[in-house]
Ligand binder design. Structure first.
Ligand SMILES: Nc1nc2c(ncn2[C@@H]2O[C@H](COP(=O)(O)OP(=O)(O)OP(=O)(O)O)[C@@H](O)[C@H]2O)c(=O)[nH]1
Ligand SMILES: [K+]
Ligand SMILES: [Mg+2]
Length: 420
């Protein structure tokens, strides 16, 4: 039996099984099996044919401080949106599948550059290769945030939203979730031991039993599992499989110019959602204060502007350094690394003005977490400190050389002994 048939079989069995306390354990096991098979299918497919071998899908160079992928059904207005947000022109028309490839544009927002990727529309089954779905979804996997565009005029909008979520989930993308706080450490012997710092209500009456069963599904028989928050079977499976991508995702209900005010009101209340009209420039486009979309994207990307300043001069308010919480973090260290490796190497301390500082300026180390619009002055080590470091580096190198030489000699001797 092929993987696809096995998946169908398990899905059918899950549909047949009533959800109650008695079947909880059985359903949990089925879920784990299903996730394993789906993952197998995905890994298998991304390895062979269809899309590039790097898993990048369409090959578009990264540009700017962060990257957003536009995902949606055909003709929801993705290309129109790209045209409204950036200076790039992507063909927009009233027929489906107008866009056939990935079109990048750059959106400028308060000192930052956000790369926006217009993509072909996807349909149900995209993750398994329907249309150019696989390539589109691979782009979503490599983006910093996803903007799902929906057409408010379409019937079955909620179903559309669910289909898109499912397609993205199939390839291991998790939308608006944090990685679960669970550690699985394999051991060489013994059974599975499960401990938790909080009561677990979603793993049935005997959490250790179900955790053991799920791990066995992934051929792990000996391990310590520690949960620091309440988890579900799905989350445990995610941790075991390990290749999950946690992405912020904003939903835009477009074309609200064409629906009733009651409908608009309902859509605006959906989680992680906003309404707008590209055609009528409602919530989208200039002026900046009214562009709720840009403001939301900024928020979802977790971007932080840092103004740097030199000693004795005012901060440079024209060109902030933009850091991303979801990419490399927003600490003083990520700021230094963003400017130059030299700066990171010669870092002594930082002076920080702004909301992250307890008092202004606060003297901070590399691990200090910065807030949006903080002002930072980096103080490098003195020449003397650098010289000391360098000497230490030379000494450390000599020590290492000496030891690796000794190790090499010992190895040679051992080999000679073995031969002779
Ligand atoms: N009424 C209305 N129509 C819109 C709006 N935005 C886009 N459209 C129209 O929707 C149609 C499809 O727009 P596109 O931008 O081509 O949509 P797309 O999602 O890029 O489509 P594909 O590339 O085919 O997947 C065009 O006729 C647009 O003029 C809007 O806010 N309101
Ligand atoms: K279209
Ligand atoms: Mg298009």
């Amino acid at each position: 039996m092929g993987v696809m048939e096995k998946i169908k079989e398990i899905e059918a069995e899950m549909a047949r099984t009533q959800k109650n306390k008695a079947t909880n354990y059985h359903l949990g096991t089925l879920k784990a099996k299903l996730a394993r098979l789906r993952n197998e299918l995905f890994v298998e497919q991304s390895g062979s044919g269809g899309g590039s071998s790097t898993g990048e899908g369409f090959d578009v160079a990264r540009n700017g401080d962060a990257r957003v992928a536009l995902i949606g059904f055909p003709s929801v207005g993705k290309s129109s949106l790209l045209n409204a947000l950036t200076s790039t022109e992507s063909e927009a028309a009233a027929y489906e599948f107008t866009t056939l490839t990935c079109i990048p544009g750059v959106l400028n927002y308060s000192g930052s550059k956000i790369q926006v990727l217009d993509l072909p529309g996807i349909i149900e089954g995209a993750a398994h290769g329907a249309g150019r779905g696989k390539e589109v979804i691979a782009v979503a996997r490599n983006a910093d945030a996803i903007l799902i565009v929906l057409d408010s005029m379409k019937e079955g909008l909620n179903r559309h939203r669910e289909i898109l979520e499912r397609e993205l989930e199939t390839v291991g993308i998790r939308l608006n979730q944090r990685p679960p706080d669970v550690a699985v450490s394999k051991r060489s012997g013994g059974a599975v031991r499960f401990s938790s710092t909080v009561p677990q209500t979603k793993l049935g009456p005997d959490p250790e039993k179900i955790v053991t069963q799920i791990l066995r599904e992934y051929k792990i028989v000996s391990a310590d599992v520690l949960a620091r928050e309440e988890i579900t079977v799905d989350q445990l499976v995610d941790v075991i499989i390990g290749n999950r991508q946690y992405k912020p995702c904003l939903y835009l209900y477009n074309k609200i110019d064409a629906v009733t005010i009651e409908e608009v009101d309902q859509l605006a209340r959906m989680p992680h959602s906003m309404v707008g009209s590209v055609a009528q420039r409602f919530n989208i486009g200039e002026p900046m204060e009214d562009d709720l979309l840009k403001q939301n994207l900024w928020k979802y990307l977790g971007l932080t502007r840092i103004y740097t300043k030199r000693k004795g001069s005012p901060p440079d308010l024209e060109e902030p350094v933009v850091l991303s919480d979801i990419r490399k973090g927003t600490t003083v260290k990520s700021l230094c690394a963003n400017i130059s490796t030299q700066l990171l190497r010669d870092f002594n301390y930082a002076l920080v003005w702004g909301t992250s500082a307890k008092h202004s300026p606060q003297r901070c180390g590399l691990s200090h977490k910065l807030d949006d619009e903080d002002v930072v002055q980096i103080v490098s080590k003195t020449i003397k400190q650098q010289q000391l470091d360098k000497n230490y580096g030379v000494l450390a190198q000599e020590y290492q050389d000496k030891h690796s030489k000794k190790r090499l000699e010992a190895k040679k001797k051992k080999q000679q002994r073995l031969r002779g």
